[in-house]
Design a protein around this ligand. Structure first.
Ligand SMILES: [Zn+2]
Length: 196
């Protein structure tokens, strides 16, 4: 499935459909820090908090080992990670304030109230929990807050131009969803998702 509107960056945490109970689950992106010295590899391999991977890039000099941290499974890095080898600090695995990620991986964790806790490869926007179809077009939202913004925008109660990161996405909502005759149906579908 392809999205109705393009996106370039996404938040670190998303609402996704749980593969087990079909309810609303939480996806959180992984963060990766380059392991500069081979001598440190064993520490990361033996640590319960990290997964170690080799990243092969196009040029030999760009290939490197990386330590993957899944905050969704282990908790915030700054309160969880202890006793790192010299040269590393826990905040290196913290999400950036912007939506940029340390590595362009579609990998993260999936946790759900039903008990699911696993690593998960994101398939976006197929995985989106907040998504609805209208006249063969799909509208999706990153998470509940974004879905609520879409709802207000489409219902016409708040069409102020937004200066937030969501502003660009709001301006690109396909016209199918904004037409007067579609409004009632689309808002009702969004309300049903938001109530769940
Ligand atoms: Zn679930």
């Amino acid at each position: 499935m392809s999205g109705p509107y393009d996106w370039f960056l996404m938040p670190h945490v998303l609402d996704v459909r749980c593969p087990s109970c079909r309810g609303c689950a939480r996806f959180e992106h992984v963060e990766v820090v380059r392991i500069a010295r081979k001598i440190d590899l064993d520490w990361f391999r033996e640590s319960a908090w990290f997964e170690v991977r080799f990243f092969r890039r196009r040029h030999v000099g760009e290939s490197h080992w990386g330590a993957l941290y899944f905050a969704g499974l282990s908790g915030p890095p700054t309160t969880t990670i202890r006793d790192l080898p010299v040269g590393y600090t826990p905040d290196q695995w913290a999400h950036r304030r912007t939506w940029e990620r340390s590595h362009d991986l579609d990998l993260g964790s999936l946790t759900c109230a039903c008990g699911v806790r696993s690593k998960h490869t994101l398939d976006w926007p197929s995985d989106a929990y907040f998504q609805l179809e209208h006249r063969l077009e799909v509208l999706w939202a990153f998470h509940r807050e974004h879905a609520a913004m879409l709802r207000e925008h489409i219902a016409g109660t708040d069409r102020r131009p937004r200066r937030s990161r969501y502003g660009a996405l709001m301006r690109r909502i396909p016209s199918t969803f904004l037409e007067a005759k579609a409004r009632t149906t689309v808002v009702r579908k969004l309300d049903r998702l938001l109530r769940a």
